[in-house]
Design a protein around this ligand. Structure first.
Ligand code: GDP
Length: 205
């Protein structure tokens, strides 16, 4: 697992505090409680990497994790790679002011961050494409960034229901958007390998 060995670097309140804008990074976004921390832990194979919690909307920061350098083509220098955990502001209990702050920071980050290669968006498969998710997809569409959607908590649905939800989400993608989606579960491991490959493909594109 090339995402194994991810290490906490820093937590930031604004994009100017993030690590130097070199190498390649993939950002993780999702509404509070969607299952983003659990997904990060599952993908990196670190149980405690990102904090998981049942109390959404507490301290919100952007968190940077460094990955071991990735091989890059033949004779290429190894790629400095990072994962960035973006705060989720979609949850009702997040105060309006804070939501506006993060909406603005995330917008600026997605538009200006040169090392950013793509976004992994995490949404609960039982109610995907809420306003937060649509905003993220729209930001990605505007900036030409690929977005890979993890429909998580798939263990809560039957296989058939999960497949239907996936098909419905894919139908909703805008024409020309670089958007993809898959079924995922941190709990039973569904789609974890597929998601790792998607993250690597984004980092190395
Ligand atoms: P975050 O706020 O998006 O980082 O969400 P967390 O990862 O903290 O998860 C929120 C809640 O959903 C926690 O109670 C998790 O145990 C639960 N959860 C996360 N992923 C899954 C999953 O794949 N399946 C199930 N059944 N529960 C999950």
């Amino acid at each position: 697992n090339p995402l194994h060995g991810a290490q906490f670097v820093l937590a930031a309140h604004r994009i100017s505090q993030l690590p130097a804008d070199h190498g390649a990074e993939v950002a993780f976004a999702g509404r509070s409680n969607a299952g983003k921390s659990s997904a990060l832990n599952a993908l990196t194979g670190h149980k405690g990497l990102a904090r998981t919690s049942k109390t959404p909307g507490r301290t919100q920061q952007m968190v940077a994790f460094a990955l071991p350098p990735l091989p890059q083509g033949e004779g290429g220098t190894p790629l400095q790679a990072r994962l960035i955990d973006l705060p989720g502001y979609g949850y009702a209990k997040v105060p309006e002011e804070l939501r506006e702050h993060w909406r603005h920071e995330i917008d600026a980050y997605l538009h200006r961050r040169r090392s950013l290669r793509g976004v992994v968006l995490i949404a609960d498969i039982r109610h995907p494409l809420k306003e937060f998710d649509r905003t993220m997809l729209e930001f990605c569409f505007q900036t030409g960034l690929p977005c890979h959607l993890l429909l998580t908590k798939a263990d809560k649905l039957s296989r058939n229901q999960a497949a239907q939800a996936l098909a419905a989400v894919r139908k909703g993608f805008a024409d020309g958007a670089q958007a993809s989606a898959q079924v995922f579960s941190s709990t039973d491991g569904t789609g974890v390998e597929q998601a790792r490959e998607a993250v690597l493909a984004l980092l190395q594109r």
